[in-house]
Design a protein around this ligand. Structure first.
Ligand SMILES: [Zn+2]
Ligand SMILES: [Zn+2]
Length: 348
């Protein structure tokens, strides 16, 4: 069974996943074989629902039944989950080391029934359905008692960790708030305490005035290269209206989000020739009083601001980055934004 272990020196939790057990000869993943997986052998095809665990959520055509064709987006438990809902939620120790049961959810979001469609050529309708499924499933998981965060992410391309050809996203619902989100909440809180304003609201207003790092903006979203981008051509997609919680976005906002993401991804695709990238959604954690800090969520709706980040994997982070958490980015964000602004793309 999976287990969470606390890395005391670095203050992070690590999922030790025995289910996914890999022996030395299982590495590296044999991508070339998987890439060749045609429709015939693909478990995500309509009509092959029996090959996957039973769906937990789907957007379907009227009068179609669960685990049958007729779905537009289908969410299923991961066959090799890193965390499982039937595991215990508890914290114990082995001498100086703390650990927890591997409780959580690990699910696959099959973005589209079409084997050959990928996010770099998704239509607005496909993106709208994908983001709507993200929102609806996240809403359900935020009702679970011991879930403290839901990380939704998409790996595009083998170098970004994609292991099955058919387009899909993943979500992992965690029994802890991840350190990175915890740090962001802390930063947003201290900024808000000092200035009585939201950090990301201030940042996007500044970027819109400056203009040099902005790639695109529409009525409701801005796409820009962050001032201290760790990755070349890193992008943030941020709503202009302040809102901390992605589960509360309206359908109208999802439409404008889809337009912004479509443009961001198509521009990356054209400029960098279909680069591998990771896309991550960040939102405020489900509200509850954490035993270790009853004020954790105080005014979080005012100080946190949901957003999406896209990390093209143009550079491989290696010894220096792993050793120090310092990043070397060879493309200044101002130049990245200029290239991306200037590249012309077709949208429908
Ligand atoms: Zn397929
Ligand atoms: Zn804000």
């Amino acid at each position: 069974m999976p287990e969470l272990r606390y890395n005391i020196l670095n203050d992070i939790w690590v999922i030790i996943s025995k289910e996914r057990a890999k022996r030395p000869h299982d590495y590296p993943l044999n991508w070339e074989d998987k890439k060749k997986t045609g429709k015939e052998n693909c478990p995500f095809e309509p009509g092959k629902e029996y090959l996957t665990p039973q769906e937990v959520f789907a957007i379907r055509d009227p009068d179609t039944k669960p685990d049958e064709p007729g779905w537009r987006v289908r969410i299923i438990p991961n066959k090799f989950p890193a965390l499982k809902p039937e595991e215990q939620f508890f914290r114990t120790s082995e001498a100086i080391h703390d650990k927890m049961g591997g409780y959580g959810f690990h699910e696959v979001i099959i973005d589209t029934p079409d084997h050959e469609r990928h996010i770099n050529n998704f239509s607005i309708d496909e993106l709208v359905l994908m983001f709507t499924a993200y929102r609806e499933r996240m809403k359900q998981l935020y009702e679970e008692k011991n879930i403290y965060y839901v990380q939704i992410f998409k790996n595009h391309g083998k170098e970004a960790g994609k292991s099955l050809y058919h387009s899909h996203s993943q979500l992992i619902a965690l029994p802890r708030i991840p350190k990175r989100i915890g740090t962001q909440i802390k930063q947003c809180r201290s900024y808000h305490m000092e200035k009585e304003r939201c950090l990301l609201c201030d940042e996007i207003n500044f970027e819109l005035r400056e203009g040099i790092r902005v790639v695109h903006d529409n009525d409701h979203f801005i796409v820009y290269s962050p001032f201290a981008s760790a990755f070349p051509f890193e992008l943030r997609v941020v709503p202009k209206e302040h809102l901390d919680d992605f589960t509360m976005v309206t359908d109208n906002m999802i439409y404008y989000l889809s337009k912004a993401v479509q443009i961001a991804v198509k521009k990356l695709d054209k400029l960098l020739k279909n680069p591998p990238f990771n896309m991550m959604l960040h939102t405020s954690p489900p509200r509850r009083n954490l035993p270790y800090d009853p004020n954790y969520f105080y005014e979080i709706d005012k100080l946190f601001h949901w957003y999406i980040e896209i990390f093209p994997r143009m550079a491989i982070h290696a010894g220096f980055e792993l050793g120090t958490e310092f990043f070397i980015n060879p493309t200044p964000p101002e130049e990245a934004a200029k290239y991306l602004r200037e590249i012309k793309i077709n949208t429908e």
